[in-house]
Design a protein around this ligand. Structure first.
Ligand SMILES: NC(=O)N[C@@H](CC(=O)O)C(=O)O
Ligand SMILES: [Zn+2]
Ligand SMILES: [Zn+2]
Length: 344
């Protein structure tokens, strides 16, 4: 009989579902495995107001497959015009679970993000007061800063000053990719959390660039050197409550990935749990997959963990190489090794 692993049903604390035909195509993969997900607001146009978040949530729920048990946790896209009162009302109604900060120009659909951080100070102060987390894409956009250094520089120049200026503000460092971020997060109090993606536990920058360019491994923040990947593995498998799963599953059609200037994002929703089980097993930490994927995130977001469970079996993975959408295929992240765990 094959080995099995049962854990509380996981949640995804950083997910891109997009909208329309793409959403209908990718949503089933997440809803099949995850109970809840923090839904990123970087649509075109972005999800800025509570009214927009409510209508996006309704579209997600309408697109769920029959019988699916999945709750989208909505976020608002922070702009320099965001109204603190609208944010507070959206929180009080239970609609919104976080506000997302994109430095303007840092990543996919971030043009409406923040350039002048002083302009969002009233919103951040309101969020600190009501305990609403700020999710941060932590990269500077200064063209003079090397792309591989943008996360570390962001911590010094933007993140730490914001946190010092706004005591009590609860912050999630999203999709961390460096040892610098692991060390920073690990040295803070419980107001700070950090999500780690599946793909950043598996690939380093050689996987993107050595022996030919592999657009499907290109995401932001871009994968770094091997010693950074190893620091992420240690953090994820440590059980430390500050680190939790945010897949950043970010679907783009192959047509949009395979361009002279292709889009950033790895689509990992269909095989994330198979990959994670293998990663944690390799590191002798299978017992810490549950804290990482199912317990630490709810604790940070002050929600109960799920009561139902998910079981994996060590009998070979079952996931498609791509998902078809009305706009064309979306390639599923290839970890580069055979996967041994499947979700039952
Ligand atoms: N991670 C990515 O490379 N892309 C994300 C945006 C983001 O999370 O930065 C996307 O929306 O495609
Ligand atoms: Zn991001
Ligand atoms: Zn993302």
């Amino acid at each position: 009989m094959s080995q099995t692993l049962t854990l509380r049903r996981p949640d995804d604390w950083h997910l891109h579902l997009r909208d329309g035909a793409m959403m209908r195509a990718v949503l089933p993969a997440t809803a099949a495995h995850f109970a809840r997900a923090i839904i990123m607001p970087n649509l075109v146009p972005p999800v800025v107001t509570a009214a927009q978040a409510r209508s996006y949530r309704d579209r997600i729920i309408a697109a769920l497959p029959d019988g699916a048990d999945f709750t989208p946790l909505m976020t608002l896209y922070l702009t320099e015009d965001t109204d603190p009162a609208d944010v507070a009302a959206a929180r009080a109604s239970g609609l919104v679970h976080a506000v997302k900060l994109y430095p303007a120009g840092a990543t996919t659909n971030s043009a409406s993000g923040v350039s002048d951080f002083d302009k969002v100070r009233p919103v951040l102060e309101k969020m600190a007061e009501i305990g609403l987390p700020l999710c941060v894409h932590g990269e500077v956009t200064d063209p003079d800063i090397d792309i591989f250094d943008r996360e570390a520089v962001f911590i010094d120049r933007v993140l730490d000053p914001i946190r010092r200026a706004t005591p009590g503000l609860r912050v999630v460092m999203e999709h961390i990719t460096t040892k610098d971020a692991v060390d920073y997060a690990g040295a803070q109090d419980a107001t700070l959390g950090a999500t780690i993606t599946t793909h950043h536990l598996v690939i380093n920058r050689n996987h993107i660039l050595a022996g030919g360019i592999r657009p499907h491994y290109y995401c932001l923040p871009v994968a770094k050197r091997e010693h950074h990947r190893l620091a992420l593995r240690r953090a994820a498998t440590s059980g430390d409550a500050r680190f939790f799963l945010g897949t950043d599953s970010a679907p783009h059609t192959d047509a949009n990935k395979l361009l002279p200037c292709g889009c950033a994002g790895c689509f990992t929703a269909p095989n994330t749990l198979s990959i994670l089980a293998q990663v944690f097993e390799e590191d002798g930490a299978l017992d810490r997959l549950e804290p990482f994927a199912s317990l630490n995130g709810p604790a940070f977001y002050r929600m109960p963990p799920n009561t139902d469970t998910l079981t994996l079996e060590k009998s070979g993975a079952n996931y498609p190489g791509h998902i078809d959408t009305e706009d064309g295929p979306v390639t599923v992240f290839d970890p580069g090794f055979d996967l041994t765990w499947r979700v039952l």
